[in-house]
Design a protein around this ligand. Structure first.
Ligand code: SF4
Length: 79
């Protein structure tokens, strides 16, 4: 079975989310530990990278305990 992978971008960074791996730890979207302006499970799409800076997003993605979140930089950001 093919794993579902969702991608969300602000033009600089592409956030990858793998729902089957997500442990719903709440770390990425709770106010105390997360970046709720970007990660908000009550919205659709639930990840909106255009709401914050690339640095903050990368920092948050690295805190995901399950590995459900990952990222890569776009070609545009490398110029
Ligand atoms: S931090 Fe990772 S495991 Fe936790 S809810 Fe967010 S994506 Fe899922």
């Amino acid at each position: 079975m093919k794993e579902i992978t969702k991608k969300y971008s602000n033009g600089e960074v592409i956030v990858i989310w793998k729902p089957s791996i997500c442990k719903h730890s709440t770390i990425c979207w709770k106010e105390a530990t997360g970046l709720p302006e970007v990660f908000n499970p009550s919205k659709h799409p639930w990840i909106t990278p255009e709401q914050s800076t690339t640095d903050k997003i990368v920092e948050q993605v690295k805190k995901c305990p399950s590995g459900a979140l990952s990222y890569f930089m776009t070609e545009e950001a490398r110029k």
